[in-house]
Design a protein around this ligand. Sequence first.
Ligand SMILES: Nc1ncnc2c1ncn2[C@@H]1O[C@H](COP(=O)(O)OP(=O)(O)OP(=O)(O)O)[C@@H](O)[C@H]1O
Ligand SMILES: Nc1nc2c(ncn2[C@@H]2O[C@H](COP(=O)(O)O)[C@@H](O)[C@H]2O)c(=O)[nH]1
Length: 403
Amino acid sequence: MGEAPAFTVDDLQNGYQNGFGFKYKDCETAITIQDKTYVIGGSDDESESSIGVRIFDKATGNWEIPTVLGTKPKPCKGHSAVPLNDDRILIIKKGSAPDDCIWFLEVDTKYVREQKKDLGTEVVAWSKGVRGNVERPVVISGPSGVGKGTLISMLMKEFPSMFGFSVSHTTRAPRGMEKDGVHYHFTERSVMEKDIKDGKFLEFASVHGNLYGTSIEAVEVVADEGKRCILDIDVQGARSVRASSLDAIFIFICPPSMDELEKRLRARGTEAEEQILKRLRNAEVEMEQGKSSGVFDHICYNDKLEDCYDNLKKLLGLDGNTIPTQKSPAPQGINLLADHLISKISNKIIIKCGTPEVEKGSKSLIVLDVSSLKGGSPGRTRGLDVYEIDSFSDGLNDINQLS
Ligand SMILES: Nc1ncnc2c1ncn2[C@@H]1O[C@H](COP(=O)(O)OP(=O)(O)OP(=O)(O)O)[C@@H](O)[C@H]1O
Ligand SMILES: Nc1nc2c(ncn2[C@@H]2O[C@H](COP(=O)(O)O)[C@@H](O)[C@H]2O)c(=O)[nH]1
């Protein structure tokens, strides 16, 4: 019936001997994919920072402790594990908050393969599972002073429930009215460099002499609110995002002329002369790259502000001819009962909860549809669909209808 039996913690309670001659600890599950067995620790020890992972390589007979990337799940009181498509393992945490119970351990995704190549070690990567999808993020680039921030503010003001701003990190000093955590996360270079090294950034670049970067979290928190994320980043950053797994729309904003750009930068009055000259010099290169790099899907000229804004809205499907997509409700989690059994049929995971209360009730099978997964480590895995089906007095029929 089920393609892949899932291991639950209960199967492994108190440890048992297996074909490889090693003993699992309490609260561990083991999933074999090709030549490797991934032993995933389900410790509820709060002194541990996350669920542990070790790998038994059947070919060599050796244990390996992999480099673990991504946002890691906190330890829990056990979990269940189901392999999906040989590239990732679905982990369902027991007794966790509804928005914290579905996780993916990636073992052979594109991201993991690239990281293995870069680091030269065995790598696995965690990604939190999130229900539902959001619209494609929008990357806006263009030379300093062209009006990116002005256009983004107009969008956010007109459609406050639809768009959310990705708050970048920067090592530059705040301007007069800028607030930490709102306009930027103002940060020390050494701290930012460490976070970059730890894989917390989607992209980063040195821009006009300072370090700027978009953290993975900055983009994900916007999507978690069900909003479409807007990124205001330079051309180097846009190129990095284009190469990442973030499926965004890329828009380059051009000034009507370099003279007008200079006028706007000077009129804004936020930069010292030396910085203005540096930004204008960099603008020449950015204009060249913006128009010819192949990174951008659209180029908008910001001559008359209102015209440019109307054009931008048209590109985003907000020109009045299309009904704007309503903000999707905040993705809800799944409140899994501590006692459950799991099986996998095609791309649906069937979770049978076994408490007496549930058995008496009419809804007893939870279905987790993983057919439309998007994203993944180092960000969240989106596109999960979760629903319930009627009681399993005739559960076999229900399950068969799902395959
Ligand atoms: N179409 C326009 N016509 C005239 N002035 C404009 C226009 N668009 C924006 N401005 C003005 O130009 C100045 C620079 O705009 P803004 O700060 O939005 O640029 P930016 O591209 O976000 O710059 P940076 O990359 O440095 O953050 C602001 O004073 C803004 O009011
Ligand atoms: N690559 C990135 N570039 C960024 C990011 N945040 C902002 N920027 C770009 O920096 C310049 C200067 O900005 P300012 O606020 O100092 O005027 C501008 O072109 C922004 O688009 C980022 O996270 N990554």
